[in-house]
Design a protein around this ligand. Structure first.
Ligand code: NAG
Ligand code: NAG
Ligand code: NAG
Length: 575
């Protein structure tokens, strides 16, 4: 992977290359009188958990990201499916950066209209994606209110005390409304601290390095995982291969903890085996023991410690803009899309409730995952740790889908515990999106589950055509890590995700060594090869006063297709 330390550096050079600099592109000084506004998104009140503090300080700055409509999202989607369906002649022929950008780039007239609107407001949009379909401008609140016919107020997320400026409604002038998919931050009320429903919960149990049925039952070490799923311990050999581990909420992965972890749990590996750190949006990389982050350490220890010798990069995404995480989600994908050599796997153990995200922004983020998948990256996300309830209170009356796992172009990973048999974890989130429809690749799997389930949970979830998740699952209970020098067991789909990602990283190593293409977007391949999984048929994910969904024979919204069998995955990959 090419290493770029700062996102902005790469974007600025692009701005020059593509001629977006104000000096090289001229627009009519003042053209239309943008007067007729079209409402883009509005909410009756702030979502549960947020309260209004008062008007936002008119002089404070809002960093707006403007998502301009891509020229050909449908073409990109088709191209992605073409290179990802094993039956396709184009299978594995992933797209180059230029090919993907040609789909993502806005039509000339769209970009011209948007720049003209900005220019009439005395602004120039700076491209924040290499395809030029995301523009950023920084404006005072007063100007944002005028430009977007908005009413920015300061809102507080009560549980964390964090405040940010949001509006309950925003509009765009009719002249540009058709050319802009979404402007952020406007109506997104995500919780900046619980935006990781997948953060690990500690479960008290002894930590042990040995693999035996008894010890693995109480401590699911790397050795246990290798034995359970048949994961090779031999070092990977390909340096063009890579796994990117996404880090948010200012957590960093601590090298001393990794070394300590490897000594305890991978004594066959060199304790100096390490990873690369990339930073964007002023991401942190302090190495103090007292500030060590459990999530970041877990994610690094279960990639470096399972994907033996696969190059791993920790991407530390900052929290500069108090944006509830969504801007970071967007920036990391645009950052990777800007690289000539993309990581073949991206593992993320963070997410949000789908309902807190404006649909247009969810679709725009999903478009970014589509693009990265078309480049050949397998994108894995944890489903979350709130069962069917997500982060809602227990009194909830409908199940809450998670994002971005509802996007059909990411691979959603749930959790199981126990061994022989493995059982779906009660905390493991699973269900059906309210925004994204069931993709073709999982149509039969979802239909099979819904038929078998009958009327159970009727009315509590979207049974009419929503994308189902998880796709797969892996161990996520009693996982020992070292954080801040202290060994401790954790649990969560946060653990399952880097574990599954590591198996994909090892398969890619073998594929590259055999002169074959890496796996890329996984789902069509996964659903075509159910034999690659141990079908999990026990466990349920309670919430909202119900038992949640129940794991059954075949795909289910607790454990997906099941847990991996490495040798069968090798066979299905033609290894
Ligand atoms: C694993 O632990 C569970 C719960 O403590 C117990 O019911 C089960 O018998 C144990 N299995 C093995 C193989 O030790
Ligand atoms: C963490 O490390 C940085 C850099 O060494 C230091 O400036 C800072 O004071 C440390 N913070 C804590 C809480 O130890
Ligand atoms: C269920 O999903 C479909 C497909 O995305 C969508 O059209 C429909 O509105 C969803 N239903 C509900 C109740 O959210």
């Amino acid at each position: 992977m090419a290493l770029k330390t700062f996102f902005l550096a790469s974007i600025l050079s692009l701005a020059t290359a593509k001629g977006f600099k104000a000096s090289t592109f001229s627009y009519p000084a003042k053209q239309a009188s943008f007067q007729s506004f079209v409402v883009q998104h509005s909410l009756a009140s702030p979502p549960q958990g947020f309260t209004k503090v008062g008007p936002a300080d008119a002089g404070s700055t809002v960093n707006l990201r403007i998502g301009v409509s891509s020229g050909n999202t449908a073409g990109l989607e088709k191209a992605l499916l073409d290179v990802s369906a094993p039956s396709s002649a184009k299978y594995g022929k992933h797209l180059t950066k230029a090919e993907v950008n040609a789909f993502l780039a806005p039509a000339d007239n769209a970009l011209a209209a948007v720049q003209s609107w900005l220019s009439s407001n005395g602004l120039t949009g700076t491209p924040s994606s290499s395809a030029g379909h995301w523009l950023s401008v920084s404006v005072p609140v007063s100007k944002a209110n005028a430009m977007l016919s908005a009413n920015y107020q300061t809102y507080k997320h009560v549980a964390s005390g964090t405040t940010y400026a949001r509006t309950l409604s925003y509009s765009l002038p009719a002249e540009v409304a058709d050319f802009i998919d979404h402007v952020h931050p406007t109506t997104a009320f995500t919780n900046p601290y619980a935006r990781s429903p997948a953060l690990s919960k500690a479960i008290a149990s002894p930590v042990s390095a040995n693999a035996s049925p008894d010890s693995c039952n109480s401590s699911m070490t790397p050795t246990c995982i290798q034995a359970l799923y048949g994961v090779p311990t031999t070092p990977a050999t390909q340096y063009s291969n890579g796994i990117a581990v996404a880090g948010f909420i200012n957590q960093f992965a601590r090298r001393a903890d990794l070394s300590n972890f490897l000594q305890s749990f991978r004594p066959d590996m060199s304790a100096t085996t390490t990873f690369m750190t990339q930073k964007l949006d002023d991401g942190r990389n302090r190495q103090n023991a007292s500030l060590a982050g459990i999530e970041a350490n877990l994610d690094i220890q279960y990639t470096v410690g399972i994907a033996t010798n696969v190059p791993i990069s920790f991407v530390s995404v900052g929290n500069t803009f108090e944006d509830g995480g969504l801007q970071g989600f967007l920036d990391i994908v645009n950052f990777l899309l800007d690289e000539d050599d993309i990581p073949q796997v991206m593992s993320t153990s963070y997410g949000n409730n789908e309902a807190n995200i404006p649909p247009a922004l969810a679709f725009k983020l999903c478009e970014a995952y589509m693009a990265l998948g078309a480049r050949g990256t397998s994108i894995l996300f944890s489903t979350g740790d709130g069962g069917v309830q997500g982060t809602q209170p227990q009194s909830c009356t409908t199940f809450q889908p998670s994002f971005p796992v509802g996007c059909p172009y990411v691979t959603a990973v749930g959790s199981v515990g126990s061994i022989s048999p493995e059982i779906g974890s009660s905390f493991s989130s699973g269900g059906f999106s309210n925004l994204f429809s069931t993709p073709d690749y999982q149509h039969d799997a979802v239909a099979g589950f819904l038929k078998a389930q009958g009327t159970v949970n009727q009315g509590l979830f979207n049974a009419s055509g929503g994308r189902g998740y998880p796709d797969v699952s892996a161990q996520g209970e009693r996982i020992p890590i070292v954080s801040g020098g202290t060994p401790q067991p954790v649990a969560g789909t946060s653990a399952s995700t880097p574990i599954f990602a590591s198996l994909i990283g090892l398969l890619n190593d073998q594929l590259i060594a055999a002169n074959k293409q890496p796996l890329g977007f996984l789902n069509p391949w996964l659903y075509q090869h159910p034999e690659m999984f141990t079908d999990i048929t026990a466990g349920n994910n309670p919430g909202c006063g119900t038992d949640g969904f129940t794991a059954i024979t075949g795909w289910d919204p607790v454990t997906g297709l099941g847990t991996p069998i490495f040798s069968k995955m090798q066979a299905a990959a033609g290894l």
